[in-house]
Design a protein. Structure first.
Length: 489
C-alpha cells in the first residue's frame, strides 16, 4: 500500500479545502508583494536622480511609478487582509495555542501597513504641493515602512519553521514566552534577507520589463531608456547577492531543518556521497524516476565535501515527514527557483559586461526579450520559493510541535470549497480591475506624451512639471470655468 494513503485517510475532511484556500490567496497576494516592498525604493532612486540632475524625465517617471505604487497597494490591502482573517478562520488551533508566542510579528506588520498607507498618501499628495527637497525627504521613510512589514511577516514564518522562545506546561500549552527569542529565531536572518533581496530584484525586473517591451516595439526615446536602466540596474546588482543568500539559506535549512532539506533534495536514506537530482520524481519506496543525476553533488553543496552526511527522509517516522508527493513538489519548486535564479545571474552578467566595456546598454534584441521575461520569471521564482518553504515543512504547521491537521478549522469541507470558489471569483475581479486601471493609466500617459510632443498649443495634465504652479486650464478644454466676479464660487 502507498505509505501516504493511511496519512490521507486519517486527515480531517476540511484539511484539503483549507490548504487550497490558503494556498490560492497566498499565491495571489505574493504577486503584489515585490511591488509593495521594493517599488518605493526604486521610485525614490529615480526621484533622487531627477532632483540631483534636474532631470524632468526622471521626475516624470518617479511620479508615474508612485501612482502605480498606490494602485497596487490598494489591491494588496484587500488580499493581505483576507490572509489575515484566514489565519484565524482556517487555522484556529494554530492561533489559539500559539498566537501569544508568534503573534507579535503580525502586530508589527499591521503597524507597518498603517504607516505605509499614510506615507504613500503624503508622497502622492506632495508632488504639486510641497517643496522638492521636503517632498523627497518625506518619501524616504517609505522603504523602511515596507521593510518593517516584511520584518513582521518573516518573523512569524521563521518562527513556524524554527519555533523557540517558550516553555510548555504539562498540558502542552506554551508559557514563559520570550518575545525576542520568538522573533529572532535561527531561520529569521537567512529568511528575511533572502526575501527582501528577492523582492528588490523581482520588482526591478518587473518594472524594467515594461520598458524592455517598449524598446522591442520601437520606443527608443530617453523616457524608455531611463525607465529601463534604473530598475534593471537595481535588479542586476541584487541578483548575484541573492544567489549567495540563496546558498546560505539552503545551508541553514540543512542544519536547522534536515528533514525539510531531505524533501527539497529528495534524499531517501541518510548517507554520505549523496548525488544531486535535477528534477526527478520520488516514489513511496524511495526510488527516483526521471531527472538528471549528478554524483556526489548534494553532499558537496551541503558541506563542501563528498563525505558530508545528508539526513534522509527515513530518519523520522512516516507521520513526521513529507510524503513522497509533497517531497517531489518541494523538490521541483526548489529546482525551478534555482534554475530561474541562475538564468537571471547570466542576464545580469550580460548587462554588466556590456556596460563595463562600452558604457552603454546592450543592443541585442535577445537581451531585451530576456529582460522582458525576467519579471515574470522572478515572480515564478518567488512563488516556488514559498512552495518549497511551506510544502517542505509538512506535516508541521509549527515545526515538530503542531501538525497542520491539528490546527485546521472544524468548518464543514463543503463550506470551505464554496468559500474557495467565491474567493477565486472575487480575486479574478480584483486583479482584472488592477490590470484595467494600469492599462488606463498607460493609455492616459501615452496620450499626454503625444499631446506634449505635438506642440505648445496643448495643455495635457502631464505637461506640467512635478513641482511649481499648474498650467492654466482654458475654458472649453474640459476644465472648470473660472467663477464670475459677482456669482457664487
Amino acid at each position: 500500500m502507498h505509505t501516504s494513503v493511511p496519512l490521507l485517510a486519517s486527515a480531517p475532511d476540511q484539511l484539503l479545502p483549507a490548504r487550497e484556500l490558503m494556498a490560492f490567496t497566498l499565491a495571489s497576494h505574493i504577486i503584489l508583494v515585490p511591488l509593495g516592498v521594493a517599488l518605493p525604493l526604486i521610485t525614490l532612486v529615480m526621484h533622487y536622480r531627477g532632483l540631483r540632475h534636474k532631470d524632468a524625465t526622471a521626475l516624470l517617471l518617479a511620479r508615474r511609478w508612485s501612482a502605480v505604487m498606490a494602485v497596487q497597494f490598494a489591491v494588496g490591502v484587500v488580499t493581505g487582509t483576507v490572509l489575515s482573517f484566514e489565519f484565524g478562520l482556517l487555522w484556529p488551533g494554530l492561533m489559539g495555542r500559539w498566537g501569544d508566542v508568534f503573534g507579535i510579528g503580525f502586530g508589527v506588520e499591521a503597524w507597518a501597513f498603517f504607516l505605509e498607507a499614510v506615507l504613500i498618501a503624503i508622497y502622492l499628495y506632495g508632488w504639486r504641493r510641497l517643496k522638492p527637497r521636503t517632498h523627497f525627504l518625506l518619501g524616504l521613510p517609505l522603504p523602511a515602512a515596507a521593510l518593517l512589514g516584511a520584518f513582521g511577516i518573516l518573523a512569524a514564518n521563521s518562527w513556524m519553521n524554527t519555533p523557540q522562545g517558550f516553555s510548555l506546561d504539562p498540558a502542552g500549552n506554551p508559557t514563559d514566552v520570550n518575545i525576542w527569542k520568538a522573533i529572532f529565531t535561527p531561520m529569521f536572518g537567512p529568511q528575511y534577507w533572502h526575501f527582501v533581496v528577492a523582492m528588490l530584484l523581482t520588482a526591478g525586473y518587473m518594472v524594467a520589463g515594461v520598458y524592455a517591451v517598449g524598446r522591442l516595439r520601437g520606443r527608443r526615446d530617453r523616457y524608455h531608456r531611463l525607465g529601463f536602466t534604473v530598475p534593471f540596474t537595481v535588479a542586476a546588482v541584487a541578483t548575484p547577492v541573492q544567489f549567495v543568500l540563496g546558498d546560505a539559506i539552503a545551508r541553514s535549512v540543512f542544519h536547522k531543518q534536515p528533514v525539510k532539506f531531505a524533501a527539497m533534495e529528495i534524499v531517501w536514506k541518510t548517507d554520505t556521497r549523496v548525488p544531486e537530482y535535477l528534477f526527478g520524481r520520488l516514489h513511496s519506496d524511495g526510488s527516483i524516476s526521471g531527472g538528471i543525476k549528478v554524483p556526489l553533488l548534494d553532499s558537496v553543496l551541503a558541506g563542501f565535501s563528498p563525505n558530508t552526511k545528508v539526513v534522509g527522509l527515513t530518519s523520522v517516522p512516516a507521520d513526521r515527514r513529507p510524503t513522497a508527493v509533497q517531497a517531489t513538489i518541494a523538490h521541483w519548486a526548489f529546482d525551478i527557483m534555482v534554475l530561474i535564479g541562475s538564468a537571471l545571474v547570466l542576464l545580469a552578467l550580460w548587462y554588466g559586461l556590456v556596460w563595463l566595456r562600452h558604457r552603454r546598454l546592450p543592443e541585442s534584441t535577445w537581451f531585451y526579450r530576456s529582460a522582458a521575461c525576467a519579471g515574470l520569471g522572478s515572480v515564478v521564482a518567488v512563488e516556488c520559493g514559498w512552495i518549497a518553504t511551506e510544502v517542505g515543512r509538512q506535516p508541521w504547521i509549527v515545526y515538530q510541535n503542531m501538525r497542520v491537521s491539528e490546527a485546521v478549522t472544524a468548518t464543514r469541507s463543503s463550506t470551505l470549497w464554496i468559500m474557495l470558489g467565491l474567493v477565486i471569483v472575487v480575486y479574478l475581479f480584483l486583479f482584472g480591475s488592477l490590470l484595467a486601471v494600469l492599462l488606463k493609466l498607460r493609455t492616459r500617459w501615452r496620450l499626454a506624451d503625444a499631446e506634449r510632443a505635438s506642440g505648445p498649443s496643448a495643455d495635457p495634465p502631464e505637461s506640467d512639471g512635478p513641482y511649481g504652479p499648474r498650467a492654466t486650464v482654458r475654458a472649453g478644454d474640459g476644465g472648470a470655468a473660472p467663477p464670475s466676479q459677482g456669482g457664487r464660487p
